[in-house]
Design a protein around this ligand. Structure first.
Ligand code: ATP
Length: 248
């Protein structure tokens, strides 16, 4: 049912520089409270899909030329990224993007910039974030630029949480991180999902890890969804095993 979906991407086409067709009609849904994995090789179009949803393509000379995007029951195709954040949908960019010269705590507080509910509530949420991410609490006064890659990824997710989102678009959180740290981050994502009810659309090249935590998955190949299904089904699929899980 439509009201069970938090995000509905309907047959979108994306063109860069007026000529380069990168998404050739992508459709996907995220159910309320779901963790949905968007999988595929480097260059398949995962980042482009996330940026199309949060309307961040203009800076890259990209444009959605066909299709529609609905978040929380309303069309959001033409909504600016910060209005979308106010509605409850926020993207954590690939590569983490913390402010290197601000402390971890200052970074987290920048995530509350769209809020109007006052300092006390923001402080409360900051403490809640520290409960989820004890490492960030330990590092709260460190400049983000001097923290580890894993801590910066946690900081980027924590900062997104400070906007009180219904949904996070999470781009390649595993990139460049040791498996143990990736696992730690995904465990926290799962807890945020279960406890705070945040839905996730998770773009990942690490198919194995993503399918361990996701409820449902889509596989993109050169701008098209070539397969989708419950994560348990994708994990058992012979083609997925051969091409994406490195076993045959
Ligand atoms: P990655 O793992 O590198 O993020 P991806 O699956 O997210 O890969 P995209 O970054 O969405 O893939 O890129 C999809 C295709 O679009 C690639 O062929 C890429 O070269 C092309 N592309 C991305 N950004 C631009 C741009 N600004 N201008 C032109 N082409 C682009």
């Amino acid at each position: 049912k439509a009201e069970d979906l938090v995000l509905c991407v309907n047959n979108i086409e994306v063109i860069y520089d007026h000529v380069i067709l990168v998404l050739k009609g992508v459709s996907l849904n995220v159910s309320r409270g779901g963790i949905v994995a968007l999988l595929g090789a480097n260059g398949a179009g995962k980042t482009t899909t996330l940026k199309a949803i949060s309307n961040l393509l203009r800076a890259e000379r990209g444009e959605v030329t066909k299709g529609s995007i609905e978040f929380d029951g309303e069309r959001v195709d033409r909504l600016s990224p910060n209005k979308l954040v106010r509605r409850g949908c926020i993207q954590v960019l690939e590569g983490r993007h913390c402010f290197g010269h601000l402390t971890i705590e200052e970074n987290l507080l920048t995530g509350a910039f769209t809020r109007r509910d006052g300092n006390a509530a923001i402080r409360r949420d900051l403490e809640a974030i520290y409960d989820y991410f004890p490492r960030l609490k330990q590092r709260r006064t460190s400049m983000a630029g001097y923290t580890s890659g894993g801590e910066q990824q946690m900081c980027a997710i924590g900062r997104a949480m400070m906007s009180r989102p219904k949904m996070i678009l999470l781009d390649e959180p595993s990139m460049g991180l040791a498996p143990q740290i990736v696992e730690e981050i995904f465990e926290i994502v799962r807890r945020l999902n279960e406890t705070e009810g945040v839905s996730f659309l998770l773009a990942e090249q690490n198919t194995n890890m993503a399918l361990k935590y996701a409820t449902y998955g889509y596989i993109l190949e050169t701008g098209r969804v070539v397969m989708d299904g419950p994560a348990s089904m994708l994990r058992e699929n012979e083609d997925v095993k051969e091409f994406y899980l490195g076993v045959s």
